[in-house]
Design a protein around this ligand. Structure first.
Ligand code: NAP
Length: 370
């Protein structure tokens, strides 16, 4: 969208917005359920203020940047990665703060689809005589907030399936043993993907086999908001035990409508409707979106990984391929994919590849079926 009144954005505009996007990313582990937002205030090539949204409930990026700029905000251009808000939530409207500070122009990367904003921020600014343009580096801004945008626009979180596999595509031995397929460097790196997620979702099968804690352990003092740990356990077969209930992070058990949570269960729990005798996985995602989850990391076995993939609900696959073979008796990566002809093959786009220790990490996105 060319929303700069027909004029092209300049190289300086791009450099400033790139800087604002980098600032926004600093909130990756802490802003959830809010979007990440960065703001740069500049006179030409001179930056006079910058800031980013750090935590939900705390000041927005614009407020930090305006405080940083002080009097120098007058007549400046504010570059912001998302439309400034126009409503009073836990903090006051940023559009009003920009007007009060006397900026002369606001350039945004994108409109905020959140119903209480959705163009109202731009309108407030324009009504006050401020020049407004939107759409600068929008692709990058959308990629940054893919979780938030997925929740607001599709009503479901962005779903990433994380799997460690052998070279022959196996996710566990037939016995259920899978510790460890990937190397230590991969397991360390997974912690950072966990930290940016709003929820880590697993299944009863994985709790029984591995007893994972599903907490974030980055090994340093990087601040993060602990993701919700979610166990999909239709019959509540695992509630009596498990490290997934321990520690500070909250835990939510999702169960079938007829399962009765035991009295005194301290963890949260909720019933999910069934479809053909199993969880309606669309309903699972809707429920988590309603609880403010932007991004899910699924760390389950082949049953759930295959279930979500077959339902067309997987947005990306984070695969750690270890240089080992587990043989034909081992479990696959995805159960239940009914593929009989080459026409039906499921295509994935490779977004990124890199070595992590001895493993190869692939980031894949399913391609729309043709
Ligand atoms: N390599 C890796 O990265 C990795 C990661 C995690 C786990 N694992 C391994 O995976 C194994 C466990 O996997 P698993 O496949 O047995 O269990 P799982 O996928 O972890 O959990 C399956 C659970 O989800 C339930 N479920 C409810 N609705 C469903 C639906 N619509 N579709 C699919 N499942 C649904 C299943 O119910 P039902 O009881 O009705 O089937 C079952 O209770 C273990 O050996 C573990 O070590 C490997």
């Amino acid at each position: 969208m060319d929303a700069n009144g027909g004029a092209a954005f300049t190289a300086t505009d791009h450099a400033m917005m790139a800087r604002a996007l980098r600032l926004a990313e600093r909130g990756a582990y802490t802003t959830k359920p809010n979007p990440m937002v960065g703001c740069v205030i500049a006179h030409g090539e001179t930056v006079v203020g910058e800031g980013w949204h750090q935590r939900a409930g705390e000041p927005h990026a614009e407020v930090h940047a305006l405080r940083d700029a002080g009097e120098r905000a007058k007549g400046a251009t504010a570059y912001v990665t998302l439309e400034p808000c126009a409503h009073t939530g836990r903090t006051g409207p940023c559009a009003d703060a920009l007007i009060a500070a006397g900026v002369s122009r606001v350039i945004a990367a994108m409109r905020d689809p959140f119903p209480q904003v959705d163009g109202a921020g731009f309108e407030t600014l324009r009504a006050a005589g401020i020049g407004v343009a939107s759409g600068l580096m929008e692709t990058q801004a959308r990629a940054l907030n893919r979780g938030f945008l997925s929740r607001v626009e599709r009503g479901r979180p962005w779903l990433r399936v994380k799997l460690a596999t052998s070279l022959d595509g196996r996710s566990a031995l037939a016995s259920g043993e899978s510790k460890w397929i990937s190397g230590e460097a991969s397991r360390m790196e997974v912690q950072h993907w966990r930290a940016r997620s709003g929820a880590i979702v697993t299944g009863a099968g994985t709790v029984l086999a591995d007893d994972p804690a599903l907490t974030v352990r980055m090994g340093d003092d990087t601040p993060f908001v602990p993701p919700l740990r979610v166990v999909l356990d239709p019959g509540l077969a695992t509630v009596a035990r498990g490290r997934v209930r321990e520690g500070d992070a909250p835990t939510l058990y999702l169960h079938a409508p007829d399962a009765k949570p035991p009295r005194g269960l301290l963890a949260q729990h909720a019933a999910v409707p069934l479809r053909d005798g199993r969880f309606d996985l669309h309903a699972v995602l809707r429920l988590l979106a309603e609880r403010g989850v932007n991004e899910i990391q699924l760390e389950a076995g082949a049953t759930l990984a295959g279930g979500f993939l077959s339902a067309g609900l997987v947005d990306e696959v984070l695969l750690y391929v270890a240089p080992v073979l587990l043989g034909e008796r081992a479990r696959p990566m995805f159960d239940g994919l009914a593929i009989d002809t080459m026409m039906q093959k499921l295509k994935m786009a490779i977004v990124e590849t890199r070595y992590v220790g001895q493993d190869i990490r692939l980031l894949l996105r399913p391609e729309p079926s043709t």
